[in-house]
Design a protein around this ligand. Structure first.
Ligand code: GYE
Length: 301
């Protein structure tokens, strides 16, 4: 199944900023291209919209167009991934995930799990997200640090562009090159689905009693369904339901109230088993939820 993280994210915006709720939403799907996003922002400025909401594909290159929005006095609210700008006043507020922390949670879990299972060697490959996207930067960084501090063997690291097709392609080539892979760290669910296909096509087994443990991020319904079966051994949440969060920010701005410059969303950790029940990451303890049918049924995305 193709993951619908992005669909859930867009739908959440559309549901919140509906006509019935009193909004006039102009929605632009930039097809994961920054140049399209920049063009869309310029169009929005020209149309003199009241607010611009941006889910930036990558972090860099935003200064000029955000300056244009600022000069036009249009507040820009950033969601999900971050922008890397020279001047913080170029956007009004940001709400999204702590991607580094997500990665740290996943790695802390892997350390505890491999110890609990007596796995002597961790031969890991990393299928990275879109290079330069906050979600990739944070998750990769956390893995690189864990590899160093735990003495894991990082065999290969390559982008799968956050897509199933590319995830599969990259996994196929990694499997040809390395015979001893026992963990694959996929930086989102789409890539995990592709990696699982590649591993199974190569005649290997995924899962707790198989050859390779597949890790993922997002916890979409399709993703945690694979976590229930064990095909994905651990899935770290990345919550896409930003519509209501953006609305809260806009309501505060309308009421001339102060808004947080940056707000992180609380996110969970979802595992196939209960071998590890808590992990420590970023100096905090996090519970690990064992995926059940009930968890899947309650999932809104
Ligand atoms: O994990 C992935 C999407 O930026 C948080 O990017 C998002 C990530 C999410 O393509 O599925």
């Amino acid at each position: 199944a193709e993951s619908d993280w992005r669909t859930a994210n867009s739908q959440s915006m559309k549901d919140t900023f509906s006509k019935e709720n009193g909004y006039d939403l102009i929605f632009d799907d930039a097809q994961q291209k920054q140049e399209n996003q920049i063009t869309a922002i310029r169009n929005f400025i020209q149309q003199e919209v009241d607010y611009i909401v941006l889910a930036p594909v990558t972090e860099s290159g935003w200064d000029p167009v955000l300056k244009e929005a600022k000069d036009a006095d249009i507040p820009v609210i950033i969601v999900d991934r971050m922008v890397d700008v020279s001047d913080d006043s170029l956007y009004t507020a940001w709400v999204g995930s702590d991607f580094k922390l997500e990665g740290e949670k996943a790695c802390a879990w892997l350390k505890a799990y491999t110890e609990a299972k007596g796995m002597k060697e961790v031969n890991i490959v990393d299928i990275q997200g879109t290079i330069g996207a906050s979600a990739q930067i944070g998750r990769t960084e956390a893995l690189n640090e864990a590899v160093k501090s735990n003495g894991w063997n990082l065999l290969a690291q390559q982008t799968g562009e956050f897509t199933q097709a590319k995830g599969q392609e990259v996994m196929e080539s990694m499997l040809k090159q390395y015979k001893n892979i026992n963990v694959v760290y996929c930086e989102n669910d789409n890539e995990a689905f592709g990696a699982i296909n590649a591993i199974e096509a190569a005649g290997k087994k995924v899962g707790p009693d198989g050859d390779i443990l597949v890790m993922s991020f997002d916890t979409t319904k399709a993703g945690i369904t694979d976590t229930l079966s064990g095909k994905i051994i651990l899935n770290t949440e990345c919550n896409p339901l930003h519509g209501p969060r953006v609305e809260e920010i806009i309501k505060k701005l309308e009421a001339n109230e102060k808004v947080d410059k940056k707000a992180y969303v609380d996110e969970g950790i979802f595992a196939h088993s209960d071998d590890v029940t808590t992990v420590k990451a970023g100096d905090k303890d996090f519970d690990v939820t064992k995926v059940t049918k009930d968890v899947i049924d309650k999932r809104a995305y």
